[in-house]
Design a protein around this ligand. Structure first.
Ligand code: T4K
Length: 382
């Protein structure tokens, strides 16, 4: 007999949400007819306007992906020397700083929400520091008030990596409005996507001009090339997908919330597990479900749970392990020991599958497998 805990198909950490196929076909039909596929066409501009409206920001520049948005914004802001950032993120954040010839200085994180620990920030500022690049990791909003107060005191720029935070509001303010600028990723794995894609929201129009030049070879007009730019333009099909998905975002987040709450209900009383907490005032997008495993209480460590889930076809992910300051490519430059809380969390965290259409029965099954090791040890499960 088939083990009811074994799914028919693997359950992966996430699954791209798709708009109805007919809707997408209708959306792209005019692109097909017009033969205008890229280079800031009608859909690019329409998507940009809809994003400004939805995010409640004055300006947005679109990019081919979130990483290029990060790299180009760092360059456009004219940052120099050292940038204070977090190692508890996807490698993209650190790579974008290093690829701009800057030195990342790693600030440790809060053990509660895994964002930059603002209390440790000031001690890292030197005469060479030009900016702070915090990450709203898992959609957990950084301590924006504290970070921006410190930045203002020391004349530093603040650029948020908001890759995980699309659609969130804090006391009614869209998260893209904080700091000097914020970057969103629209990758296929995100709550909101345009297949691949990214955006930078900003306040200063001069920054917008630089961003535009960088993503389009420095071309201002046919005969005016006013910058050594590259190519990081979003194409029309990406923009059309973004426009479609924006119509379904509210429903997407509501469905994710159900999955998230079901995990909370099933796991909240388990000793040795720490579950996500949302900051008061934050309207979450329910992007991730990270769980911290305390082996001494739970009886199994993160890696054992990961392996056991995998043996049942459930592919959770160790986001974000290794820390970026522990990556092989940085082993001679940085050390995870400099950020002990982040180092510890990175070895204890597992992000469980979460997507809008994940059936609640699958959430039950995932939770049962997580808790199953107790059966094996005690011989009885109650
Ligand atoms: N800053 C931060 C904080 C970020 O998290 C990211 C990206 C960036 C910057 C850079 O933004 P982008 O340049 O990517 O726009 C994934 C994503 O590729 C990446 O966008 C994301 N962060 C990161 C956290 O996760 P992987 O290596 O885990 O992806 P992969 O291919 O293993 O996919 C994970 C799961 O998603 C799969 O098991 C199944 C599902 N999936 C994947 C793809 C590619 C789908 O359902 N559909 C798909 O098309 O990096």
């Amino acid at each position: 007999m088939k083990d009811p805990k074994d799914p028919k198909e693997p359950i992966l950490v996430t699954r791209s949400s798709m708009p109805p196929l007919e809707e997408f076909i209708e959306e792209i039909r005019p692109i097909w007819d017009s033969h205008w596929l890229t280079n800031m066409g009608v859909y690019h501009e329409r998507f940009r306007e809809r994003l400004n409206q939805f995010l409640g920001v004055a300006h947005t520049e679109l990019f081919v992906n979130g990483h290029m948005a990060l790299e180009m914004a760092i360059q456009a802001m004219g940052l120099t020397g050292e940038v204070i950032t977090t190692p508890f993120t996807f490698v993209s954040t650190t790579h974008a700083i290093v690829r701009n010839g800057l030195t990342p200085v790693f600030c440790d994180i809060n053990p509660g929400d895994f964002t930059m620990d603002a209390a440790k920030l000031e001690g890292l500022i030197t005469a060479r520091t030009s900016a702070i690049i915090p990450v709203h990791v898992y959609g957990n909003l950084c301590d924006v008030e504290a970070i921006e107060t410190i930045a203002e005191k020391h004349g530093l720029k603040v650029f948020y990596d908001a890759a995980h935070a699309f659609g969130e509001r804090y006391h009614g303010t869209g998260v893209g409005a904080f700091g000097d600028a914020s970057m969103f990723s629209f990758h296929a794995t995100k709550v909101f996507h345009s297949i691949e894609g990214g955006a930078v929201c900003y306040h200063d129009e001069a920054l917008g001009k630089e961003l535009y030049k960088l993503k389009n070879f420095g071309i201002l007009s046919e005969e005016v090339i006013d910058g050594v730019g590259a190519n990081a333009k979003m194409n029309e099909f990406q923009a059309a997908m973004g426009i479609c998905n924006l119509r379904h975002l509210e429903e997407e987040i509501a469905k994710r919330k159900q999955v998230f709450l079901h995990y909370m209900k099933r796991l909240c009383d388990v000793k040795g597990l720490r579950l996500p907490v949302h900051k008061p005032g934050l309207e979450s997008n329910y992007a991730y479900f990270p769980v911290i495993f305390d082996e001494s209480v739970f009886g199994e460590n993160r890696d054992q749970v990961y392996d056991r889930l995998k043996s049942h076809g459930i592919v959770a992910r160790k986001y974000f392990y290794p820390l970026t300051n522990a990556c092989d490519c940085y082993k001679d430059r940085f050390s995870p020991e400099s950020t002990p809380t982040a180092f510890q969390i990175s070895r204890q965290v597992l992000t469980l599958p979460l997507y809008a259409d994940l059936p609640l029965e699958d959430v039950d099954r995932i939770c049962e497998i997580i808790l199953d090791h107790k059966t094996e040890k005690a011989g009885v499960w109650q």
